[in-house]
Design a protein. Structure first.
Lengths: 89, 208
């Protein structure tokens, strides 16, 4: 009889608080992760949006090619119409 | 209290304690599951956006390398042309005249160019030559020049160029003779020959 009472008391006064404390710790930890995940998601979304301009690099690449081609054409023309420097004596 | 009632009470208390434990387990585990579901949803959003970042930044390296290769080729061509036409010493003097102190860095494709003492190029080249060269600094591409940002207005480039001579034409320019009109229709033919404008008498030899 006494053993049953002691068992009930241990369950109610020791096991139950320990279970509650442990599970509350797990729940609090899980709740603390949620805002962090939301922050990461928002940052990733902004980073992804910032990279939308990366497609303009294709335009830049084409313009650089055309510019260098123009520079080469001008340089070739200058090479024709200008005399070379005299060799150093 | 009879032994039976006492035993029944102890059993009820134990059952209540177990029931409370189970209820606590259910409450906290369900709450944890809901939080984990939120985390999973958030991670899904993260993965979606990170995938977008990876997809958008994928070709950047190749494109930037191509741009750099083109710009490197342009720099090499311009440096080579400058050295070929002006000579190494005058080229360094010209660079130092436009960007004081830049000659010490030398040319990229000419490692020894940094050791040359640049001549005072203003005494070698005319003002017009220096002005032409200086116009390069007005190009938008020269925004990062050591002498500050580009001074050219990309939309009104001619107006920006006119600022180089705010007083207008050079003093005495009106008294200078105009450039002669040349060509077959010019009022004065500088070489009076009858065969000019006529069919060619002797054709060049055919190329094999």
């Amino acid at each position: 009889m006494t053993g049953v009472w002691i068992g009930a008391a241990i369950l109610a006064l020791v096991v139950l608080p320990i279970v509650v404390v442990l599970l509350k710790g797990v729940l609090d930890a899980a709740k603390s992760i949620t805002p962090t995940i939301d922050g990461i998601a928002a940052t990733a979304e902004r980073g992804s949006a910032d990279l939308d301009a990366a497609a303009l690099l294709l335009t830049t690449q084409q313009q650089v090619k055309e510019t260098i081609a123009g520079v080469a054409a001008y340089g070739g023309s200058l090479d024709v119409i200008l005399d070379d420097a005299e060799p150093a004596r | 209290m009879t032994p039976v009632l006492a035993a029944t009470s102890a059993g009820i208390v134990m059952i209540l304690a177990v029931l409370l434990i189970v209820l606590a387990l259910v409450y906290f585990l369900v709450a944890t599951i809901l939080e984990l579901r939120k985390i999973v949803a958030g991670l899904d959003r993260v993965i979606e956006h990170v995938g977008g970042i990876v997809e958008k930044s994928g070709p950047v390296n190749e494109i930037v390398n191509d741009i750099n290769a083109n710009l490197d080729a342009g720099v090499s061509a311009l440096e080579g042309l400058l050295v070929k036409k002006a000579g190494m010493a005058d080229a360094m003097g010209l660079i130092d005249g436009l960007y004081p102190g830049a000659a010490a860095d030398g040319l990229r494709d000419f490692p020894d160019s940094g050791d040359i003492t640049p001549p005072r190029i203003g005494e070698v080249y005319t003002r017009g030559t220096l002005t032409l060269a200086r116009l390069g600094r007005e190009a938008p591409i020269a925004a990062a020049s050591p002498r500050g940002p580009a001074i050219r207005d990309a939309l009104y480039g001619s107006a920006a160029s006119r600022k180089l001579y705010p007083a207008g034409r050079e003093y005495g320019a009106r008294e200078l003779p105009r450039s002669p009109t040349i060509g077959t229709d010019s009022p004065e033919q500088y070489e009076q020959r009858e065969d000019i404008g006529q069919p060619r008498k002797k054709f060049p030899a055919k190329q094999s």
